[in-house]
Design a protein around this ligand. Structure first.
Ligand SMILES: [Fe+2]
Length: 243
């Protein structure tokens, strides 16, 4: 079985459309979306509607939670706050209600899906350093065999034993039954690893592998729309830099 795992679209419709085209080419059995459909970008309704149509399941991200009033975002910097206020204003009632009912995590067989760190997904903790990952060693027994998370906009992999954690590189082939694994899937709509191409992962359970995908999309169009919507030009600029 092949599962495409996408995350952190951030209202970037051009990136999402390109990613769905690539997923179609690859031929997957399931599409999982790890949240942050909104925030930063200019087309939250279009992104939500496309995800509702194509994803098999979706979990809530911190930006989604902020827009529906489940997370205090007053501590965010001004431009990010403004983008969330703007999103709240233009989002349709139907899309708001749909965002509002998203779960914080999902499990399918022995695979876990969440936006932030998997044991307490409602806290939206980051996992993108070995120190962050080390905090999960104590939770070994509670972790599903394979975990996919979003939130950091970075592609990362970690393997856990009962007493330690190692960083692992992608693509990854082969999973030991006695180890547990966590993969951070990168971002469709706002990559932050210095590579502006839209990112996502594909998990293939038959071949026991996790591969990464990078997809070129119309960055200029996405950036122009951000500026035209009156959102921070900085959100537009960072798309072409991948930061
Ligand atoms: Fe995000």
């Amino acid at each position: 079985m092949k599962i495409a795992i996408i995350s952190d679209i951030h209202a970037n419709l051009q990136a999402l459309e390109a990613v769905f085209k690539q997923i179609e080419k690859r031929g997957v059995d399931m599409i999982a979306c790890l949240g942050d459909l909104v925030g930063y970008g200019s087309q939250p309704n279009e992104v939500i509607e496309l995800i509702r149509k194509n994803a098999d399941f979706v979990v809530m991200g911190n930006h989604d939670a902020s827009v529906v009033g489940k997370l205090d975002y007053s501590y965010h910097y001004e431009a990010a706050k403004n983008a969330l206020d703007w999103t709240k204003k233009i989002i349709t009632e139907d899309n708001y209600n749909w965002l509002n009912q998203l779960p914080h995590s999902r499990k399918f067989k022995d695979i876990g899906f969440s936006h932030g760190s998997p044991i307490t997904p409602e806290q939206f903790d980051y996992v993108y350093t070995i120190d962050h990952a080390f905090s999960l060693v104590d939770e070994y027994e509670k972790l599903p065999h394979i975990n996919f998370i979003g939130h950091s906009h970075l592609i990362k992999g970690y393997s856990f034993s009962k007493i330690m954690v190692d960083e692992i590189s992608l693509p990854r082939r082969g999973f030991r039954a006695q180890s547990k694994y966590l993969f951070s899937v990168g971002s469709v709509g706002q990559p932050r690893d210095g590579n502006p191409l839209a990112a996502f992962l594909i998990y293939d359970s038959d071949n026991e592998e996790v591969i990464m995908e990078r997809v070129l999309y119309d960055i200029t169009e996405a950036a122009d729309r951000i500026v035209k919507a009156g959102l921070s030009p900085n959100f537009a600029k960072r798309l072409s830099l991948g930061i």
